[in-house]
Design a protein around this ligand. Sequence first.
Ligand code: ADP
Ligand code: MG
Ligand code: MG
Length: 901
Amino acid sequence: MTVKRVYTFGNGKAEGKSEMRNLLGGKGANLAEMNLIGVPVPPGFTITTEVCTEYNEVGRDATVDLLKKEVEDAIKNIEELTGTSFGSKENPLLVSVRSGARASMPGMMDTVLNLGLNDDSVIGIAKKSGNERFAWDSYRRFVQMYGDVVLGMKPTSKEEIDPFEEIMEEVKERKGVELDTDLDVNDLKELVTLFKKAVKEQTNRDFPESAWEQLWGSVMAVFDSWNNDRAILYRRMENIPDEWGTAVNVQAMVFGNMGENSATGVAFTRDAATGENAFNGEYLINAQGEDVVAGVRTPQQITKAGSLSWAKLQGISEEDRASMYPSLEEAMPEVYNQLNDVQEKLEGHYKDMQDLEFTVQDGKLWLLQTRNGKRTGAAMVKIAMDMHREGILDDKTALLRIEPNKLDELLHPVFDADAMKSAKVLAKGLPASPGAATGQVIFFADEATKYDNTILVRIETSPEDLEGMMSAQGILTARGGMTSHAAVVARGMGKCCVSGAGALKIDYKARTLTVDGKVFNEGDWISLNGSTGDVYEGKVETRKPELDEDFRSIMAFADKYTKMTVRTNADTPSDAQTAREFGAQGIGLCRTEHMFFEGERIKAVREMILSSDEKGRRDALAKLLPYQREDFEGILEAMEGYGVTIRLLDPPLHEFVPHTEEAQKDMAKEMGISLEEVKSKVADLSEFNPMLGHRGCRLGNTYPEITEMQARAIIEAALNLKAKGVVTKPEIMVPLIGTVQELKLQKEIIDNVAKSVFEERGETVEYMVGTMIEIPRAALTANEVAEVAEFFSFGTNDLTQMTFGYSRDDANKFLPIYIEKGILKTDPFQVLDQVGVGQLVRMGTEKGRSTNPELKVGICGEHGGEPSSVEFCNSVGMNYVSCSPFRVPIARVAAAQANLR
Ligand code: ADP
Ligand code: MG
Ligand code: MG
């Protein structure tokens, strides 16, 4: 059977459908689907994502051979539907060639519009449309886009200027006009000549006149754009696999640049920033394609309500608004009504907020794209719950609509109301992406890490700025609307953004920002409120956010549908409290060593380390006991009623002694010994591979008195709380075991201590003894280990380190390069390596339960709050995952979703 590589759509028919997004890309699948549900879409066809993979293997010529017949047939189909002819002089078919991957990658790849134009057909188009200016405007756009995208003339660094933009600026300046719409036919003709001259100069080739040559060139360029730097970076950020490839959509052009009765725009069925159920968007009359988002002209609002509030924010009078920037609702009421019907239809069909692209050609509406719109975390929660209330989504579907990682945005600080009162508003822009951000001004995206907290200030942003936008605290632009690049990308990232603050004068060269005569330099502090569009001078204090009813409903669904519980990693009562407020049910990892550093304690710890015999160590440990007991009481009480896993001392002792001479002198003085003695002890403790050295249960097995003291502190704390009527469930965890014998000896010590404390007090409490599984050998022999352990907690940080043999502390030297080269897909310290490390986890769990069916199993590495890893833990059958307090809501949703999928 021959492989089908091309899928056509048009006139209410389509060979594809929305379920085929893996093969057709999101854009292609939805163009097909829109045809099927009766939305007006210009006819065209989609070349599958599989061809992109083939192209990367066999190259250009072989790919053309593979596609030729199907593409020629598909072009014929468009010709029939449109009554035009590809390559004809008098009645040419013009098409767009568009990228479109499985996952939406807005603006990352390339598109060519108006393809099929040449020196002859431009005259044909002019005659046919009776609009010479339109024909030449389309032609100059085509030459420019083809030059940039196919002939590689697009600048690659921020120093270079797009040669076409430069020419355009020259011509505009010479004519004394500001907007491209002010150029007349002769100017546009001149532009085409100059553009082509630039092409010849830079590429040594004439601009191709043949429509077919143009088409194949563009198709291959779109395939190539899958591997441009922006696209690669975006994939890395969004965890999109490199091997997916992009589809190519070829589609008959419709023209928004045909005059005053034509327009182009983008729209959202709901508010992507707040989630409010309000149709909104922006459009431009007599414009094409990206004009709206590129910020060339000030875009106008779609709805009248939107327009009124926009004008208010911009300080534009009603008179000016109505005459210069009317909404589509006012300017083209019939088209607006059609568009409104279509948006309702699309949202109803996809049951999710849609992001649409449309063009109006001479009064007729066409849809060019629909997709599930990117949104902020707050909007995500509100839209899911609104649709649940509207009866569109049931509990489970509403819950599955939540991207767990995005919840993070809701948990972050907002401006303190009191601080806001005294804050000085510097300028007002559009509330492009909510949140509060305070930072130092920088002007270039690649300098976003110059200070700890930065605000990226740009006239407008472009896809090249992506990485910097990610690192900055907030983004502020002088130009561009709610659908500008900055706004859309910031909302996708959940990053605070104020766009289109027109009062800002930005001088990149001088690195200054001027507002009303007041000059700000790079490094000066400003603050942004992305929910109101306010820009403040200086630092504004922030505070904890309040979580609303919708958030709580989602969390309630999560608890209803989850199998695993979520615990937290917390070392202090206040962390435990925070996590409890976020819904943590217990502590999965309480590290005791953090408690050793404060005040008087470190002195006792050092005394213990310095002692040369057991007696000395015991004396020092006795001083530590009350502190530890008090700490444990605090933590156990904060988690009243839930399990609290307390890990015995883990790090090498070397970490507790000072390493600079200065500090060693202090210590000598404090301990009443000589500097030399301190130095020699420090030297004694130093190890070649401390992470594989004298640490974990190896400490407790060589100095049992340490384990004794810690076990006593835990048991006594629990008894003290019991006396107060507080129910506790301490779980004592032995770290870093590799053989069952290591655990057995530690358990004996713990049980003996417990027994004597119970006798002393005449009272008992329940406790458990278990172990951390973080050495491959422990996982491999889990059946033996589980005969002694009452619970396992997979310490996947160390387990990853030891399975890969990558030092956690040194891996940053090569991991980024490994990821760039594709040796690793993701950082295994962030995303659990299910294939390798995961196998040990699965095996460890199964083997452990084979000898101890009651064995409680959890995870306490960083992975416990990472959604894909949480899903894996669910599939392994863990009882719980444990993560840092702020990731608890994320893990709760991820755990429930894992169970529903
Ligand atoms: P992206 O994926 O970056 O959004 P698109 O392929 O959607 O790129 O195209 C870029 C712009 O060109 C969009 O505004 C789109 O609506 C417009 N466009 C694409 N194809 C056509 C067409 N056939 N007719 C009119 N406008 C088009
Ligand atoms: Mg698009
Ligand atoms: Mg460890």
